[in-house]
Design a protein around this ligand. Structure first.
Ligand code: PEP
Ligand code: MN
Length: 349
C-alpha cells in the first residue's frame, strides 16, 4: 500500500506514520513526490482496509497497490525517477549514451576505444571484466585486472563506468571500481545477487532476462528497491522469439509499456538484441522514438579481432554516425542527445 501524506505534513507526522508501519509489520520506504511525501509500505502481511493509518495526523489517504511489484510501480511515484550517476542524469531530458567493448581485453584496447567513444559524445564507458559466456571455453574476462583498466580509462577520459557483476561474492569488489553496476540478462532472476546490489548505494543497470515478462523484470527490480537501493536503470536487451535471423528480438513495445508500469528509467541495448552492428542504428532510433532514456552500445576499434561480440560491435566511426542520426529523432520526442566529433570525417583512428 501507499500512504499519501498531506502537502503540509510535518516531518514528525511522516516519522509517526513510518513508526506505525513498522509496528504493523511493514517496511516503510519514504518517497519524495511532487510537493508531498508518499510512503511505500511493503511486507509479507496482507493489507486489510481500513488500516487505521487513515486517521493518523498528516495522512491524506491510504491506497492499495494493485500490481504485484510495489516500490517500482508508477502507482507509488507518478513522475519518472532520475538516476544520478555523479553529475549525469539518467531519466532526464538528455539521452544518456553508454558505449564501449563487450569485454575489456587489454589496456591499449580499452583506452583506444574509451578515447574514441568520448570524442564521439558518449558519457559512459561500458566493458565487461567478468563475462557471462554461454560456453565455459570462451574468454571469461580479465577480472580484477580488467576492473583496474576501467579505472584508468575513467581517470583519463572522465567517462563514467558501467560493468557487470556475476555473483554476490564479487559485488563489493566490482562496486569499488564502477559507477553503475550491471546485472546481466542471465542473472536477472539471481535473487541473492539482486539483494546484494540492493544494499549498495550505487546505480544498478538491470537487464531484462532473455525470456522474462515485463512483470518478472519489474519484480526483479523490486528486489533491489526493497533492500533500499532506488537507483535502478532498466535495460531492454532483446528477448527470445521464434525469429532466428537476429540474435534476439528487440521488444520495442516493452519500452513505453515498462515506462507506463514503473517510474524507473529504461534504456535499450540494440547490439545484444540484434547480434549485428548493421541494425544498431535503426534500432537505436526506434528505441529513442519509443521513449528510451538512453542506449548501451558495443563499440570496438577492430571488431574482427574482438574476443567477444565482434559482429555486433560498431567501429568508432560508425558509432559517431549513429549518434548524429539520433539527433532529429531525439528532437521529435523533445529530448536531447550529446553529439561530439564526426569520427568518420576525421578518420577516427
Ligand atoms: C553485456 O552487456 O555484455 C551482456 C553480456 O549482455 P546481456 O546480459 O544482455 O547478454
Ligand atoms: Mn556483449
Amino acid at each position: 500500500m501507499i500512504v499519501v501524506m498531506q502537502t503540509a505534513a510535518e516531518k514528525e507526522q511522516v516519522e509517526g506514520v513510518e513508526q506505525k508501519l513498522v509496528e504493523m509489520g511493514f517496511a516503510p520506504h519514504r518517497i519524495q513526490g511532487t510537493g508531498r511525501v508518499v510512503i511505500g509500505a511493503v511486507g509479507e502481511r496482507k493489507v486489510v482496509f481500513p488500516t487505521g493509518l487513515e486517521v493518523l495526523p498528516g495522512v491524506e489517504r491510504v491506497v492499495p497497490i494493485g500490481a504485484p511489484y510495489k516500490l517500482v510501480s508508477r502507482e507509488v511515484k507518478e513522475r519518472g525517477s532520475v538516476v544520478e550517476v555523479g553529475d549525469l542524469k539518467v531519466g532526464g531530458s538528455e539521452i544518456v549514451v553508454m558505449a564501449g567493448p563487450c569485454a575489456v581485453e587489454s589496456e591499449e584496447q580499452l583506452l583506444t576505444i574509451a578515447r574514441l567513444v568520448k570524442a564521439a559524445g558518449a558519457q559512459v564507458l561500458r566493458g565487461g571484466a567478468f563475462k557471462p559466456r554461454s560456453s565455459p571455453y570462451s574468454f571469461q574476462g580479465l577480472e580484477l585486472e580488467g576492473l583496474k583498466m576501467l579505472n584508468r580509462a575513467r581517470e583519463e577520459t572522465g567517462l563514467k563506468i558501467v560493468t557487470e557483476v556475476l555473483n554476490p561474492q564479487e559485488v563489493e569488489l566490482v562496486a569499488d571500481y564502477t559507477d553503475i553496476i550491471q546485472i546481466g540478462a542471465r542473472n536477472m532472476q539471481n535473487f541473492s545477487l539482486l539483494r546484494e546490489v540492493g544494499r549498495l548505494k550505487k546505480p544498478v543497470l538491470l537487464k531484462r532476462g532473455l525470456a522474462a515478462t515485463l512483470e518478472e523484470w519489474l519484480m526483479a527490480a523490486e528486489y533491489i528497491l526493497a533492500e533500499g537501493n532506488f537507483q535502478v536503470i532498466l535495460c531492454e536487451r532483446g528477448i527470445r522469439t521464434f525469429e532466428t535471423s537476429t540474435r534476439s528480438t528487440l521488444d520495442i513495445s516493452a519500452i513505453p509499456q515498462a515506462k507506463s508500469m514503473t517510474h524507473l528509467p529504461v534504456v535499450a541495448d540494440p547490439c545484444h538484441a540484434s547480434g549485428t552492428w548493421k541494425l544498431a542504428s535503426p534500432l537505436s532510433r526506434a528505441a529513442i522514438a519509443a521513449g528510451a532514456d538512453g542506449l548501451l552500445i558495443e563499440v570496438h576499434h577492430k571488431p574482427s579481432e574482438a574476443l567477444c561480440d565482434g559482429p555486433q560491435s560498431l567501429t568508432p566511426e560508425k558509432f559517431s554516425r549513429l549518434l548524429f542520426s539520433l539527433q532529429p529523432v531525439a528532437e521529435a520526442v523533445e529530448r536531447t542527445v550529446c553529439v561530439g566529433e564526426d569520427l568518420s570525417m576525421t578518420g577516427g583512428l
